[in-house]
Design a protein around this ligand. Structure first.
Ligand code: SF4
Length: 286
C-alpha cells in the first residue's frame, strides 16, 4: 500500500473512494480496466491519508444525503482491519447525521455492525453484497481472497436480523462458468432465505475492457484450461459478453423475484439506495 494526499474525498453525488485498488482478487474485476487510469499496481492499494479530515469538512457543509462507497475498491479489504478508515468514516457519518450505503463481498462489515445500527436508527443504512455463484469451491476460484458465498449469506442474514436492509448484486454471470439454471436458482434461494430487499441484475453476462480482459483471460488459462479459446472465438474484443442462456436465466430471475416480493427493477433499486429520509431528520429536530 502507499499513501497519497488528496484534494477531495466526496464526488458530487456523495460517492467516497477511501481506497483505490483492491486485493480480493476477483478474476473478472472491471476496476482494473485501463479506462480508470489507476496509475499504480491494482493490488498496491492507494490510501488517502487525509481522507478523514476531508470527509469531516465536507459533511459539515453538504446537505444531508446518503454517502456511498465508490467502485475503485471493496471498502472492506483486509487493509481496513488495520487502518479502520471505513469505521472512522462511519463515525463521522453518524455524528453529522448522514446515511450510508456500500457494496462489499466481505464479512469484515460485521465488525461495524454497532455503528451501522446507530446510523440506521438516526437516518438510513443499506448494505449491498455481490453474489456470483452459490458454489463455494467455484467462488474460491472466481473471488479467491474474500469470504465465500455461504459466509456472505450469513452476513446478509445477520444484517437482516439487525434490521438493516440489503441489496444483492447478481453479477457478473460468466458464460460457460456460472451461467446455469442451477446456479441462478440456488442464488435466488439464498436471497429469498435472507429476505433481501432487492436484487440488481444487468442481464446474464459479463463486460470486459482493455486491462480487465487480459487479466481475466490469464485467470481462465490458470483455472479453466481451453476456455479462453472459446471466449476469443465467440466474443472477440466485445465489451458485452452475454450468456447463451441469458433469456432463460432472466426469465427465472424475474419470475422468482416477483413471486417473492423482491425488488428487481434496477432503476427503482438505485432510487431507493440514494433516497435520503428527510422526514426522519426533520422529526428528530423538532
Ligand atoms: S471486490 Fe470489486 S474491486 Fe475488488 S477485486 Fe473484486 S470486483 Fe474488483
Amino acid at each position: 500500500m502507499h499513501y497519497v494526499n488528496s484534494k477531495s474525498i466526496l464526488s458530487p453525488k456523495n460517492g467516497m473512494n477511501l481506497y483505490r485498488g483492491c486485493t480480493h482478487g476477483c478474476i473478472y474485476c472491471d476496476s482494473r480496466s485501463e479506462v480508470y487510469a489507476m496509475g499504480h499496481e491494482f493490488e498496491d492499494i492507494e490510501v488517502k491519508q487525509n481522507a478523514l479530515e476531508l470527509l469531516k469538512r465536507e459533511l459539515i457543509k453538504r446537505p444531508k444525503a446518503m454517502i456511498g462507497t465508490g467502485a475503485m475498491s471493496d471498502p472492506y479489504i483486509p487493509l481496513e482491519k488495520r487502518l479502520k478508515h471505513v469505521r472512522k468514516s462511519l463515525e463521522l457519518i453518524y455524528r453529522y447525521g448522514f446515511g450510508f450505503t456500500c457494496i462489499t463481498k466481505s464479512d469484515l462489515i460485521l465488525r461495524d455492525l454497532d455503528l451501522l445500527k446507530k446510523i440506521k436508527e438516526k437516518t438510513k443504512v443499506v448494505i449491498q453484497m455481490t453474489i456470483t455463484t452459490a458454489d463455494d469451491d467455484l467462488c474460491r476460484i472466481l473471488e479467491p481472497n474474500v469470504c465465500p458465498t455461504s459466509r456472505r449469506v450469513d452476513v446478509l442474514k445477520t444484517l437482516n436480523d439487525n434490521g438493516i436492509p440489503t441489496v444483492v448484486w447478481l453479477c457478473p454471470i460468466l458464460p460457460y462458468i456460472n451461467d446455469t439454471e442451477e446456479n441462478i436458482n440456488a442464488i435466488l434461494d439464498y436471497c429469498i432465505d435472507s429476505d433481501v430487499y432487492g436484487i440488481l441484475c444487468f442481464g446474464m453476462g459479463l463486460t470486459l475492457r482493455e486491462g480487465s480482459r487480459n487479466h481475466f483471460y490469464k485467470k481462465l488459462d490458470e483455472n479453466f484450461p481451453g476456455l479462453k479459446g472459446k471466449y476469443v472465438k465467440e466474443f472477440g474484443n466485445d465489451y458485452v459478453l452475454p450468456s447463451q442462456n441469458s433469456e432463460k436465466l432472466m426469465g427465472i430471475f424475474k419470475k422468482r423475484t416477483s413471486k417473492n416480493h423482491i425488488l428487481n427493477d434496477n432503476e427503482k433499486i438505485f432510487e431507493y439506495l440514494s433516497e435520503f429520509p428527510q422526514k426522519t431528520i426533520q422529526s428528530k429536530l423538532i
